[in-house]
Ligand binder design. Structure first.
Ligand code: THU
Length: 139
C-alpha cells in the first residue's frame, strides 16, 4: 500500500469520524467523506443522511460538497476521502460523480477507504469520463 502525506492521513481520520454521524437506519450502510479545497486548510466533512421516504436520502459526498458551496461560495476542490465499512471500499454513486463534475476539475482526486485505511486513489475523469455539461451542446 502506498504511503500518503500527513494531510491525506488527517483527511482520512476526519472522514472516518464523520462517518459515525451518518443517519442510515434503513440501509445500515454508513458513509463518511472529507473534502479538501485549495486555499482552505479546514476540511469539510459529510455523512449520508437517509429518510423514511428513501428517495430523499443524500450521500456523504454530496453533503460535503454542498456544505462547502454554502460555506465558501466559489470552491476549488482538490480531493475527497470516502470511508465505508466494505471491502473493497465503495466508489461514489453516479449522482455524486455528476455533482462533483459541476465543481471539480477532471484531475480531482477521489480516495476510497475502509476501516483498514485508504485502499485506492482514482481521478474524477476516470470515474466519470463524460459528465453532462450544458455548454457541451449548442442549444
Ligand atoms: N451512499 C453514499 O453516501 N455515497 C455513495 O456514493 C453511495 C451511497 C449512501 C446512500 C445510502 O444512505 C447508503 O449509502 C446506501 O445506499
Amino acid at each position: 500500500m502506498p504511503t500518503y502525506s500527513s494531510s491525506i492521513k488527517e483527511a482520512y481520520e476526519i472522514a472516518r469520524s464523520v462517518r459515525a454521524n451518518a443517519h442510515a437506519p434503513y440501509s445500515e450502510f454508513q458513509v463518511g467523506a472529507a473534502l479538501k479545497l485549495r486555499g482552505q486548510k479546514e476540511l469539510i466533512g459529510g455523512c449520508n443522511v437517509e429518510n423514511a421516504s428513501y428517495g430523499l436520502t443524500c450521500c456523504a459526498e454530496r453533503n460535503a460538497l454542498f456544505q462547502a458551496v454554502a460555506k465558501f461560495g466559489k470552491i476549488d476542490p482538490e480531493y475527497i476521502i470516502i470511508v465505508t465499512d466494505s471491502n473493497p471500499p465503495a466508489p461514489p454513486c453516479g449522482l455524486c460523480l455528476q455533482a462533483m463534475a459541476e465543481f471539480c476539475q477532471p484531475s480531482f482526486e477521489v480516495y476510497l477507504a475502509n476501516l483498514k485505511g485508504i485502499q485506492e486513489k482514482l481521478l474524477l475523469k476516470d470515474l466519470l469520463p463524460k459528465p453532462f455539461h450544458l455548454n457541451f451542446w449548442s442549444v
